[in-house]
Design a protein around this ligand. Structure first.
Ligand code: FES
Ligand code: FES
Length: 182
C-alpha cells in the first residue's frame, strides 16, 4: 500500500504580501486561501468568507489593482503582490473614504457581512464607469450577494459614491438626497 503525504508532511511556505500598504510576512500552508490569509494572518476582518467558491462576493478585494474574489486565490499566488481591502479605502486620517461614507449615509448595509465586498466592487465599477445608471450598477454588482438590504439602498449608495467622487466639494445636495441621513 503506497503512503501518500498528508497535509502535515508538507512544508510551510513563506509569503510576503503587502496589505493596505503594510508588508505582511508569514509562513503558511500552501493550501491557505488568500481570503483566510487576509483575515487570520493580516487581521483584515473586513474581508468576509461566505461561500468559499466565488459566488457571493463577500471576499472581494483588489490584487495588483484588479478586482478578485480572494477565496478563489491561494495566498502563495499573491506572494510579492499588493492587496487592497475595503479598510484600505480609509482616508489618511482614518476617516471614511467617499465610497464607505456613501454606504454609511445611505444605509447600504444592515448586518454588514457583505459590505466590504460591495465597497470593493463599487470601487472597481466607478473606476471603469464614473457615472453608472441603475441598470449598470445592478449588472456590475451582480457577483455580490446581500441577504439583508434588498439592494435598493446599495444602488443608492453607489450613485451617492459616484457623486462624492465626481463632485467632492458639493456634498450638501448629495447628503440631503440620502434617505435617512443621520
Ligand atoms: S467567499 Fe469568496 S465569493 Fe463567497
Ligand atoms: S448587509 Fe447583511 S448580508 Fe448584506
Amino acid at each position: 500500500m503506497p503512503s501518500y503525504p498528508t497535509q502535515d508532511d508538507r512544508p510551510e511556505q513563506r509569503v510576503s504580501i503587502t496589505v493596505n500598504g503594510q508588508d505582511i510576512v508569514q509562513d503558511i500552508e500552501p493550501r491557505t486561501k488568500l481570503s483566510d490569509f487576509l483575515r487570520y494572518k493580516a487581521d483584515q476582518t473586513d474581508v468576509r468568507v461566505g461561500c468559499e467558491h466565488g459566488a457571493c462576493g463577500a471576499c472581494t478585494i483588489e490584487l495588483e489593482g484588479k478586482s478578485v474574489k480572494s477565496c478563489m486565490v491561494y495566498a502563495v499566488q499573491a506572494d510579492d503582490s499588493d492587496v487592497l481591502t475595503s479598510t484600505g479605502l480609509n482616508e489618511a486620517d482614518g476617516e471614511l473614504g467617499p465610497i464607505q461614507e456613501a454606504f454609511h449615509k445611505n444605509h447600504g448595509l444592515q448586518c454588514g457581512f457583505c459590505t466590504g465586498g460591495f465597497i470593493m466592487a463599487t470601487k472597481s465599477l466607478l473606476e471603469d464607469n464614473p457615472d453608472p445608471s441603475d441598470e449598470e450598477i445592478e449588472e456590475a454588482l451582480s457577483g455580490n450577494i446581500c441577504r439583508c438590504t434588498g439592494y435598493v439602498n446599495i444602488v443608492r449608495s453607489v450613485k451617492d459614491a459616484a457623486d462624492r467622487i465626481n463632485s467632492p466639494g458639493d456634498l450638501e445636495n448629495v447628503t440631503q438626497e440620502a434617505k435617512g441621513d443621520d
